[in-house]
Design a protein around this ligand. Structure first.
Ligand SMILES: Nc1ncnc2c1ncn2[C@@H]1O[C@H](COP(=O)(O)OP(=O)(O)O)[C@@H](O)[C@H]1O
Ligand SMILES: [Mg+2]
Length: 606
C-alpha cells in the first residue's frame, strides 16, 4: 500500500508509532474544547448508526407488503422518515461541533506557530527559505485543518459503516455475504489502484501546466532581456515543447479515465448483477426475503463506497501526519528569550558604552569560515565609530553581533560594562536602532511605518520625528500625507525617501546605540545630502557605528576602524590614519579623493 501511495503530490509520512505520537501532540490544541469535540464524536457515532439502520428499515418496508396492513406500511415509512430526520440533525451537529472545535484549535496552533516563528534566532532564518516557512504556515495547516475537520471523522464513520454493515449483512444471509466478500473487496482494490494511477498522470499534466506558466511569467517579466537578446524563437520553442507535453499527458490521462469508466461499469455493476442473481436464487429456495435483498444490496454499496473512501482518507491522514511533523519541527526549535508583551519600552537608558573583547565569530551555517578574528575595540558613550573596509570584511557582521542576532564563538561583548548576554534580549534591542542600506517598508501607511519605532507615539512626536529626519517636506507633499500607503500595494518611495522614513523610525525609538550600515551608499548625491544631514542630527548624543563606503562621510568620526579579513588593521582618527605611511586607509582615501576630482572635472568638461 505504501508503495502505491508515494506518488501523491504533498509529501506524506509513513505512519509509524513515533510520528503518530507526535501527531497526537496536536490534540493538546483541542484540549480547551475537548468536551465539544467528544460530543461531536458522539454525533458521529449516531450518524453511523442511523445510516446503518436505513437499509434495514427500507428492507422492512418492502417486506411489509406481504403480511402488513396499509397502516403498518405507513408506519414503516414514517419510521424511515423519522430516522432520516434524526440523521440529518446528527450530521449537522457533527459538522458544526467539529468545525467549532477544530477552527479554535487551528487558531491556537497558527498563533502559537507564528509567535514562535518570529522569536526564532537569526541563525534559523539564515538556514531556512522564506518560501518554505510560508508553505509551513499555509499548506501544512490547511492539511491539518482538513484532517481534523473531516478526514478523522470520516475515517471513524467509514470504519464503523464497514464493520457494522458486514455484521448486519451476515445476519441477513451468511451465504450471500461470503459471495459478496469474494467479489467486492477485490474490485474496490483494483479501482483504488487504478484511480491512483489516473491521479498521478493528471498531476503530471498539472505540473507541466505550472511549468509552462512559469515560462510565460519569466519571459514576460524579462521581456526586455528576451527582446534585446533576440531570443524570441528560443522562448517560443521552449514554450511549444512544454505545451506539447501537456497535450500528450492529458491524452494519456483521458485514455486511462475512459478505461476506468468501462471498468467500473463492467466490474462493479457486474458484481451487483452477480449478487442480485445469487440472491434471487436464494430467494427462490425461500432462504431470504425480497426486502432483505434490497437491504443487502444497499449495505453492499455502503461497504464498497466506504472501503474506497477509506483509502482516500488514509492517504490524507498520512499527509496530515507529515504536515504535523514539519510544524512541530518548527515549534521544537529553541526560540530567543523574547517576551511577547504589549509594553516593551525600555525602562532606563543605556549610556551606550560598547566594548568588543577578542571576539571570534563564524556564521553557524558556515562554521569553517571565521568571519571575525580576535576583534577588540571600544566605543565610549556618544562616540562615533566608523567601520570601513572591503566588502566581505565583516562590517555588517559586527553590527549583527551587536544586535545579538548571533553570539560570538569566543570573546565577549560588553555594553555599559556588563556582558551583553546578561541583558534581556528585548531590552537590549530596544536600546538600539539600525538604518540599513536597503530599508524595507511594511505595506501600510507612512504613519504606520514611522510608528514602527515607537507604537504609542503621539501625533506631535511623529511630525517632529519626520521633521528631524528631513522627511516632513516630502511626506506632506503627498495628497494623503502621513496616510499615504507604501509598500507593495502603495506608492514606491525612492531610496532616499525610504531611508528618511527609517531615520524617523529611529528618531522615535530614541536609541542609545545607533547603527548605520551603508545608510547612504546607494543614494544619489542630492538624497545623500538630505539623508546625511538627518543622520548627523540623529547621531547626536548616541554611540554610533557607521559602516561606510565613501570615506568623505566619516572624516569627522571619533575613531575609524579599518577592517580587513575580519581583523582590525588600522584604528584612529582621519588625521592619524592619513599619517600612516603606506596605510590602507590613506591609500583608499587618496584613491577616492582622486576619483571625486576626476568625476567633477569630467563633469565640468561636459
Ligand atoms: N548569514 C550568513 N551566513 C553565512 N555567511 C555569511 C552570512 N552573512 C555574511 N556572511 C559572510 O561573512 C563574511 C562577512 O560578511 P559581512 O559582514 O556582510 O561583510 P561586509 O563587510 O561586506 O558587511 C562574508 O564572507 C559573507 O559571505
Ligand atoms: Mg555589509
Amino acid at each position: 500500500m505504501a508503495e502505491a501511495i508515494r506518488d501523491d503530490s504533498s509529501p506524506k509520512a509513513k505512519l509509524t508509532r513515533s510520528n503518530l505520537k507526535k501527531a497526537f501532540r496536536l490534540f493538546s490544541y483541542l484540549k480547551p474544547d475537548i468536551g465539544k469535540y467528544l460530543a461531536g464524536l458522539v454525533f458521529l457515532a449516531l450518524t453511523s448508526a442511523t445510516a446503518l439502520a436505513f437499509p434495514m428499515l427500507i428492507g422492512n418496508l418492502v417486506n411489509s407488503t406481504k403480511e402488513g396492513t396499509v397502516d403498518s406500511i405507513n408506519q414503516q415509512a414514517l419510521i424511515l422518515l423519522g430516522i432520516l430526520a434524526a440523521q440529518s440533525f446528527f450530521s449537522f451537529m457533527r459538522i458544526y461541533l467539529f468545525a467549532q472545535t477544530t477552527e479554535k484549535a487551528l487558531y491556537r496552533l497558527r498563533a502559537d506557530l507564528y509567535g514562535h516563528l518570529i522569536r526564532l534566532p537569526m541563525a534559523w532564518f539564515s538556514k531556512t527559505r522564506v518560501g518554505e516557512i510560508n508553505s509551513r504556515i499555509s499548506a501544512d495547516i490547511t492539511q491539518i485543518q482538513d484532517t481534523f475537520n473531516t478526514a478523522l471523522a470520516e475515517f471513524l464513520r467509514q470504519i464503523s459503516l464497514v464493520i457494522g454493515g458486514l455484521i448486519l449483512i451476515s445476519i441477513i444471509s451468511i451465504q450471500l455475504t461470503l459471495f459478496m466478500l469474494a467479489l467486492i473487496p477485490a474490485i474496490t482494490i483494483v479501482a483504488i489502484v487504478f484511480g491512483r494511477y489516473i491521479r498521478k498522470i493528471s498531476r503530471e499534466a498539472q505540473d507541466k501546466v505550472a511549468e509552462s506558466n512559469t515560462i510565460v511569467q519569466e519571459t514576460m517579466l524579462g521581456i526586455v532581456n528576451v527582446k534585446s537578446f533576440a531570443n524570441e524563437t528560443i522562448e517560443a520553442l521552449r514554450y511549444g515543447t512544454s505545451v506539447k507535453e501537456i497535450a500528450r499527458l492529458s491524452l494519456r490521462s483521458a485514455f486511462s479515465r475512459g478505461l476506468f469508466a468501462s471498468f467500473i461499469i463492467l466490474a462493479l455493476f457486474g458484481a451487483i448483477v452477480g449478487i442480485v442473481w445469487y440472491a434471487t436464487l436464494l430467494m427462490k429456495s425461500n432462504e431470504i426475503a425480497f426486502g432483505e435483498i434490497i437491504s443487502f444490496v444497499l449495505y453492499t454499496s455502503f461497504i464498497g463506497a466506504s472501503i474506497g473512501g477509506l483509502a482516500e482518507i488514509y492517504a490524507q491522514i498520512q499527509k496530515a501526519v507529515g504536515a504535523t511533523e514539519r510544524l512541530f519541527e518548527i515549534l521544537d526549535e529553541q526560540p530567543e528569550e523574547i517576551e511577547l508583551s504589549a509594553s516593551s519600552r525600555p525602562s532606563s537608558r543605556l549610556r551606550g558604552q560598547v566594548k568588543f573583547e577578542n571576539v571570534r565569530f563564524a556564521y553557524p551555517g558556515r562554521a569553517d569560515i571565521t568571519v571575525l578574528k580576535n576583534l577588540s575595540f571600544e566605543a565610549q558613550p556618544g562616540e562615533r565609530i566608523a567601520i570601513v573596509g572591503p566588502s566581505g570584511a565583516g562590517k555588517s557582521t559586527i553590527t549583527q553581533l551587536l544586535l545579538r542576532f548571533y553570539e560570538p564563538d569566543s570573546g565577549k561583548i560588553h555594553i555599559d560594562g556588563k556582558d551583553a548576554r546578561d541583558y534581556a534580549l528585548t531590552e537590549l534591542r530596544n536600546h538600539m536602532a539600525i538604518v540599513p542600506q536597503d530599508v524595507l517598508l511594511f505595506g501600510g501607511s507612512i504613519r504606520e511605518n514611522i510608528l514602527y519605532g515607537k507604537p504609542d507615539a503621539t501625533e506631535a512626536e511623529i511630525v517632529a520625528a519626520a521633521e528631524k529626519a528631513n522627511a516632513r517636506t516630502f511626506i506632506e507633499q503627498f495628497p494623503e500625507g502621513y496616510e499615504t500607503i507604501v509598500g507593495e500595494r502603495g506608492i514606491t518611495l525612492s531610496g532616499g525617501q525610504r531611508q528618511r522614513i527609517a531615520i524617523a523610525r529611529a528618531v522615535l525609538k530614541n536609541p542609545s546605540i545607533l547603527i548605520l550600515d551603508e545608510a547612504t551608499s546607494s543614494l544619489d548625491s542630492e538624497s545623500e545630502r538630505l539623508v546625511q544631514e538627518a543622520l548627523d542630527k540623529l547621531m547626536v548624543g548616541r554611540t554610533s557605528f557607521i559602516v561606510a563606503h565613501r570615506l568623505a562621510t566619516i572624516r569627522n568620526a571619533d575613531r575609524i576602524l579599518v577592517l580587513e579579513g575580519g581583523e582590525i588593521r588600522e584604528s584612529g582618527t582621519h588625521e592619524e590614519l592619513m599619517r600612516i605611511q603606506g596605510g590602507i586607509y590613506a591609500g583608499l582615501s587618496r584613491l577616492q579623493f582622486q576619483n571625486e576630482e576626476f568625476d567633477t572635472s569630467a563633469l565640468k568638461s561636459l
